[in-house]
Design a protein around this ligand. Sequence first.
Ligand code: AP5
Length: 219
Amino acid sequence: MRLVFLGPPGSGKGTQAKRLGQSQGIPQLSTGDLLRSVARSGTGLGRKAQTYMDAGKLVPDNLVIELILERMTHDDCKHGFILDGFPRTQVQAEALDRALRTRHIPIDAVIDFEINPEVLLERLTGRRVCPNGHGEWHIKFHPSVVAGFCDVCHALLVQREDDQEDRIRIRMEMYRKDTEPLKQYYAQRQQLRTIQAEGDVAAITQQIEAALKGIARPS
Ligand code: AP5
């Protein structure tokens, strides 16, 4: 099964991609995670990506496209994948189409996460992440066992630079301007399935599973 998760920052793409990926045995390919890992490497490229991310802006298309297309060649993607946060621009969507056409592997569905912007703000300002990459928690919705500390390595949890309210608003505007138009792009291809992304995490997973009935393919 090959899926795209499309939705504004904080709509739960990552949370749901992890859950569905585990149940389906396919990897979650998050461009945000890939870029953060490049940024941690401290190379010139990593520092460049970090500057865009910290500002809440989109990283240039060529860098993101190269990263994700390379990741899609790994063995674990043979039977499918969930693209979490890619594509986010028309240029990225067209590059993905071209790459998949060459390999004769179509996207099965694009899940569109619909959500009220006020909910996003509460979700993102309350998120805390492990500085060593062990995961993320939420001060209200998904607290760590010892408040403020990583459940895995016990490091002090931190707030993502782009989870500051001013940066969240920039990310939401980037989504509205650059990414939201992709809904129409995929609707025209009859690939778009819209779900309501508010409420209980497990209930949202069920909605996604229901949206995929009849269109999912085994490989
Ligand atoms: P990225 O890391 O992808 O950030 P994002 O899309 O802004 O996504 P988030 O991780 O903030 O939200 P999400 O929808 O995945 O929600 P999540 O499940 O985490 O990208 C970061 C940056 O990288 C971008 O700004 C850009 O600079 C760059 N980038 C990435 N991809 C790019 C691309 N293709 N092109 C160019 N640049 C790119 O949940 C959020 C919070 O809500 C969590 O705390 C979670 O616990 C909580 N939560 C989730 N679901 C629920 C629920 N049902 N109820 C209560 N709380 C919930």
